[in-house]
Design a protein around this ligand. Structure first.
Ligand SMILES: [Zn+2]
Ligand SMILES: [Zn+2]
Length: 325
C-alpha cells in the first residue's frame, strides 16, 4: 500500500505514479516480465477545467461534467453520449489553458509513455475495444509479449491469466471506494482482488501496489491482506445496523420529469403517501448523485423493507400509492 496523499504533499509523485510503483514497473520490464496498471476511468481526464477561473463544462442534458477524450479531441457525457469539441478558449474568461483534471486511462497511457519510453504499452478500455477484433488483438499481443505494459479499466480484471505479469498497480483505489452506492466497498473489494490476482502465476509471487489517499480505512488494509473474512464480517454488521440487504430489501422509486418543480412536488406528495403506509421505512425523496439524465430531472424514494415481510402485499400498497398520486 502506498499513501499517495502524503507523497503528493511532499511533491514526490510523477503524475499519477508513486516512486515505488514506477520503480517496480521499470524493474519488471527490465527483467523481461510484464506489468498491468489498473485505473477504473476511461477517457483522458474525468473532468475538463479552466485552471484560471475554474469553469467546468457540463452536459446540457445531464447533471455531470464532461469527460475529456484527448485522442478524439472531444469532451463527452458518459451518461447520454453527448459530445462536443474541447473549446480552445474558456467561454468565461477567455483563457487558453483549458485542460483535463484527474486521470483517465488515456492520460495514464500518455504519462507512462513519457516516463518509460522503452515500454511497449497497450490500453484496454471501452474506447479501444469498440471494433470487432480489438479485444482479442489486445489480449493476444499482451499474451505473446508483443506488448509488455497493459493499462486498463475493470475490463482487465476478469479471467485473464498471463504468466509473465509480475507487477500490478492499482492507481486510485479511492475512486472506487468513494462511489455513491451502498455496494461500493463490495464492488471495490471484488474488483481489486480480481485485478491483484493477475500478478504472479505458476507458483511465482507477484507484487501488487495499491495507491490510495486513505491508507487508514479498514477496507483498504482488508484488501491489501486479502482479509475476506474480516471484510465480510464488518460489512455484514454495517448492513444490519443501517438496514441494508441481505437483512432488508431495498426498493427504489424514481420519479422523472423535464420540469424540476413538478418532479419535486410529485416526490414530496408520493413520499408522504408512502409514509402513511410504510412509516419510517420510507427515505426521501432525495436527489440522486446525478440528479438529471437525458434532460429528465430525477427524485429518488427508497423503501427499506425488513426480510420476512409480505413483499407481494407491499408491492400492492406501493402500486396503489403510485396510482392515486
Ligand atoms: Zn476560465
Ligand atoms: Zn449527458
Amino acid at each position: 500500500m502506498v499513501d499517495i496523499k502524503d507523497l503528493r504533499r511532499r511533491k514526490m509523485m510523477s503524475g499519477p505514479f508513486s516512486p515505488r510503483l514506477l520503480a517496480a514497473v521499470r524493474a519488471s520490464l527490465e527483467r523481461g516480465e510484464q506489468a498491468i496498471l489498473f485505473q477504473n476511468r476511461r477517457g483522458f481526464a474525468p473532468m475538463t477545467e479552466c485552471p484560471v477561473c475554474g469553469w467546468v463544462p457540463k452536459c446540457p442534458n445531464c447533471d455531470v461534467s464532461l469527460t475529456h477524450h484527448r485522442n478524439a479531441g472531444v469532451m463527452s457525457c458518459h451518461y447520454c453520449g453527448y459530445a462536443t469539441n474541447v473549446p480552445e478558449q474558456c467561454p468565461n474568461c477567455d483563457s487558453r489553458e483549458i485542460r483535463g483534471r484527474g486521470y483517465g486511462t488515456e492520460k495514464i497511457e500518455d504519462a507512462i509513455r513519457s516516463l518509460l519510453p522503452e515500454a511497449r504499452v497497450a490500453r484496454m478500455d471501452l474506447d479501444t475495444t469498440r471494433t470487432r477484433n480489438a479485444y482479442g488483438q489486445l489480449i493476444g499481443d499482451f499474451a505473446s509479449g508483443r506488448t509488455n505494459l497493459l493499462i486498463g479499466t475493470q475490463m482487465i480484471s476478469k479471467g485473464l491469466d498471463f504468466d509473465k505479469v509480475s507487477v500490478v498497480g492499482i492507481l486510485d483505489a479511492d475512486s472506487m471506494l468513494n462511489y455513491p452506492d451502498f455496494r461500493a466497498y463490495e464492488h471495490a473489494f471484488t474488483m481489486m482482488s480480481q485485478v491483484s490476482g493477475r500478478a504472479g502465476r505458476k507458483g511465482r509471487q507477484g507484487l501488487v501496489i495499491l495507491q490510495t489517499k486513505s491508507p487508514g480505512l479498514p477496507v483498504v488494509s482488508q484488501i491489501v491482506h486479502n482479509d475476506y473474512e474480516g471484510f465480510y464480517h464488518d460489512l455484514l454488521t454495517e448492513r444490519r445496523d443501517f438496514h441494508y440487504p441481505p437483512f432488508y430489501r431495498l426498493t427504489y422509486v424514481y420519479l422523472k420529469h423535464r420540469d424540476d418543480n413538478t418532479v419535486n412536488s410529485a416526490g414530496l406528495e408520493l413520499g408522504s403517501r408512502l409514509r402513511e403506509i410504510f412509516g419510517t421505512r420510507v427515505l426521501g425523496p432525495d436527489k440522486p448523485a446525478v440528479a438529471r439524465v437525458k434532460t429528465l430531472c430525477i427524485r429518488k424514494i427508497m423503501l427499506k423493507l425488513e426480510s420476512g415481510l409480505d413483499y407481494a402485499l407491499a408491492r400492492q400498497y406501493l402500486r396503489g400509492a403510485l396510482a392515486t398520486c
